[in-house]
Design a protein around this ligand. Structure first.
Ligand code: NAD
Ligand code: MG
Length: 391
C-alpha cells in the first residue's frame, strides 16, 4: 500500500528536494497535502504536478485566491488556509509521513501536531526543536511518533549511531561538521552584503539558513538540535570545520572508533534515508567519487570571528527560554540583514542584547513557547531598530 505524505513548506528548498525523491517512487508514496506560506502560484504549480488531496496556504487572506487558482487549473485539490488548517493537515489520518520543512518558529505548531498524532516525522525545521526541545521530544514519545532527522549532520549521526548499545556510556562525543560558510577565511566582517552571505560554497538552500551558515549560527542551532535529538550534553558535542562537506558528521566511541557518514552534499540523500527507513531507496543524488576528491581537511571554528556559535553553546546551559530568545532574535536579525536594515556584523550583538533582556521563565507547554517567542521577537525588533537609528 502506498504511504501518504504531507509536506509542510513544500515550496521551499527542502520541499523541492523531498518532492524530487517522492517522484522517483510512485509505487511507494503519494502526496496527501502540500503547504506554502504565501506563494499561491508555486503551490498550485506543485498541485498540478503532484495532485495532492489538500493544499494549504498559511496566509489566511489568500484562501480564496488559492481556491480560485485550483479551480482555474481544473484541479480537484481541496484549498484550505490559515494556521489551524496547517496543524489539521499535519495530524490528518490520511498521511502517515509528515515532512516538517517550514523555516523558522512558524513551523512549531504544525510540527507539534504531527508529533502528537504519531506520524513518522521527518524534521528539517530545526528552529522548532531549538525552541521546544524537551516539549517536542515529549510530544513525540506521548504521541507514539517516529522522529527522523533530515538535517544532514543529524541524519549522519542517526546513521552512525545505528546499532550502538547503551549510547550514554559508549559514545565519547558527537562531531558535527561545518563547511565554514562563505566567510571561512574572511578576516573583516564589515560591509558584507546579503548576496555575498547567501552564496554558500557547497549547498543550495533557502535564504535564512544560508545566512545562518555564514554566521555559523546554523551550526549553533544544530548543536542545540543534536543535544535534544540524541540526548547528549553540550560538552559531548563538538564542531569541526570541514570545507569540502563530504563527511556530514561523525560519532566517536569509547573504544576509539570514529564512525562517519559521507556523501555528496545533496539533501535528497538524508530525505531518502528518512522516507525509506530502515530500507534504502534511490535518492537521485550523484555518487561520491573518491578519486576526484583532492583532500578532506579539518580546522577549528573561530569563535571570535563567528560569535554566534558560542552564543548557542551558552544558551544550552541557560534553559529553554534562552534557546527561544536566541532563535527569535536570530530570525529577526537575519530578516533585518536581508532587508538591508542591519549590518552582518550586528547580527550577533542583537542576539546577545536580546538574550540579556528577554524573559527566562521556563515554558510549561507549547503555548508558553509561542508566547516567549513572540515577546523575544518584539524585543529583538526594537533592538534592531535602535541599532539602525530609526525609532
Ligand atoms: P525555504 O525558505 O526555501 O522554504 C521555507 C518553506 O516554508 C516555504 O515553503 C515557505 O512557503 C514556508 N514558510 C515560510 N514561512 C512560513 C510561515 N510563516 N508559515 C508557514 N509556512 C512558511 O527554506 P529551506 O531552506 O527549505 O529550509 C526549511 C527548513 O529546513 C529550515 O528550518 C532549515 O533550517 C531546514 N534545513 C534546510 C536545509 C536546506 O538544505 N535547505 C538543510 C537542513 C535543514
Ligand atoms: Mg545541517
Amino acid at each position: 500500500m502506498k504511504q501518504g505524505v504531507t509536506i509542510l513548506g513544500a515550496t521551499g528548498s527542502i520541499g523541492a528536494s523531498s518532492l524530487d525523491v517522492i517522484a522517483r517512487h510512485p509505487d511507494r508514496f503519494e502526496v496527501f497535502a502540500l503547504t506554502a506560506n504565501a506563494n499561491v502560484k508555486s503551490l498550485v504549480e506543485l498541485c498540478r504536478r503532484f495532485r495532492p488531496t489538500v493544499a494549504v496556504i498559511a496566509d489566511p487572506a489568500l484562501g480564496s485566491a488559492l481556491r480560485a487558482a485550483l479551480r482555474a487549473a481544473d484541479l480537484p485539490t481541496e484549498a484550505r488556509a490559515g494556521a489551524a488548517a496547517l496543524a489539521e493537515v499535519a495530524a490528518d489520518a490520511r498521511a502517515g509521513i509528515v515532512i516538517a520543512a517550514i523555516v523558522g518558529a512558524a513551523g512549531l505548531l504544525p510540527t507539534f501536531a504531527a508529533a502528537r498524532a504519531g506520524k513518522r516525522l521527518l524534521l528539517a525545521n530545526k528552529e522548532a526543536i531549538v525552541c521546544a526541545g524537551a516539549l517536542l521530544m515529549d510530544a513525540v514519545r506521548m504521541g507514539g511518533a517516529e522522529l527522523l532527522p533530515v538535517d544532514s549532520e543529524h541524519n549522519a549521526i542517526h546513521q552512525c549511531l545505528a546499532g550502538a548499545a547503551d549510547r550514554a556510556s559508549s559514545v565519547r562525543r558527537l562531531v558535527l561538521t561545518a563547511s565554514g560558510g562563505p566567510f571561512r577565511t574572511r578576516q573583516d566582517m564589515r560591509g558584507i552584503t546579503p548576496n555575498e552571505a547567501v552564496a554558500h560554497p557547497n549547498w543550495v538552500m533557502g535564504r535564512k539558513i544560508s545566512v545562518d551558515s555564514a554566521t555559523l549560527m546554523n551550526k549553533g542551532l544544530e548543536v542545540i538540535e543534536a543535544s535534544w535529538l540524541f540526548g547528549f550534553a553540550p560538552e559531548k558535542i563538538d564542531v569541526v570545520i570541514h570545507p569540502q562537506s563530504v563527511i556530514h558528521s561523525m560519532v566517536e566511541f569509547g573504544d576509539g572508533s570514529v564512525v562517519a557518514q559521507l556523501g555528496t552534499p545533496d539533501m535528497r540523500t538524508p530525505i531518502a534515508y528518512c522516507l525509506g527507513y530502515p530500507e534504502r531507496v534511490e535518492s537521485g543524488s550523484s555518487r561520491l567519487d573518491f578519486l576526484a576528491l583532492n583532500a578532506l581537511t579539518f580546522e577549528a571554528p573561530d569563535r571570535t570571528r563567528f560569535p554566534c556559535l558560542q552564543l548557542a553553546y551558552d544558551v544550552l546551559a541557560r534553559g529553554a527560554a534562552a534557546s527561544i530568545a536566541l532563535n527569535a532574535a536570530n530570525e529577526i536579525a537575519v530578516e533585518a540583514f536581508l532587508g538591508g536594515r542591519l549590518s552582518f556584523d550586528a547580527i550577533a550583538p542583537v542576539i546577545e542584547t536580546t538574550l540579556a533582556r528577554a524573559s527566562m521563565l521556563p515554558p510549561g507547554d507549547v503555548n508558553d513557547v509561542v508566547e516567549l517567542d513572540r515577546a523575544a521577537r518584539a524585543l529583538a525588533r526594537s533592538i534592531c531598530a535602535q541599532r539602525a537609528g530609526v525609532r
